[in-house]
Design a protein around this ligand. Structure first.
Ligand SMILES: N[C@@H](CCC(=O)N[C@@H](CS)C(=O)NCC(=O)O)C(=O)O
Length: 189
């Protein structure tokens, strides 16, 4: 039994990013599938992912990634520009997931102006991401991985398309070809 257990779902883009980095860094780990009720009961954020590594517990994907990179002797977000790009991608992802969960409860922009603002934030965020240098040399860093997890999730959940964003589409083709990305694809629905 491994000391390191990641708790999450096979559909969450935040969990996927952690699974990719666990595979890439070769860290032995167990994955415990965790549903909505279990994350409600077992995490103070009531979300997935969360990680137990020996005595350490982390309850946010960014903290988990930072921990895994440290353990592998790698740097999480080496520069302020990396942090800016990661934060922008994370904001778009968090916003898109929030809209998705509210819509499942029957709340959309017709009931809430704030949801319209959230939708506008997703579009302006995608445009800004597309306007950024997204090139990478063989192994993408965490900002690129986060964008790829966001776009793949949006396709999977049929949230929005991004073919109009040329840079994002090219980047997605490149990341989509990587082993760890393919191995962590969500199950067919
Ligand atoms: N900031 C968190 C976000 C995680 C998150 O939003 N996870 C979603 C699944 S994709 C979740 O568990 N949502 C349940 C809820 O909002 O109650 C992280 O980076 O780990």
């Amino acid at each position: 039994m491994s000391d390191c257990t990641l708790y999450g779902s096979y559909t969450s883009p935040f969990v996927r990013h952690c699974r990719i980095v666990l595979l890439e860094t070769g860290r032995p780990f167990e994955f415990e599938e965790t549903n909505y009720d279990q994350s409600y009961a077992n995490s103070p954020t009531k979300r997935v992912p969360f990680l137990r590594d020996g005595d350490l517990h982390y309850y946010d994907s960014s903290a988990i990634l930072h921990h895994l990179r440290d353990k592998a002797g790698q740097k999480f977000l080496p520069t302020p520009a990396d942090t800016e790009l990661y934060a922008l991608a994370n904001t778009v992802l968090d916003t898109a997931v929030n809209i998705f969960l509210l819509e499942r409860d029957g709340i959309s922009e017709y009931q809430s102006d704030y949801i319209q603002r959230q939708k506008d934030r997703v579009q302006s965020g995608l445009k800004a991401l597309d306007g950024t240098d997204l090139s990478f040399d063989g192994t993408p860093g965490d900002p690129i991985l986060r964008i790829a997890c966001l776009l793949a999730w949006a396709e999977y959940r049929k949230r929005f398309t991004f073919s109009q964003f040329g840079n994002l589409a090219v980047m997605m083709d490149e990341v989509g070809a990587l082993d760890a990305f393919q191995q962590t694809a969500p199950p067919p629905q």
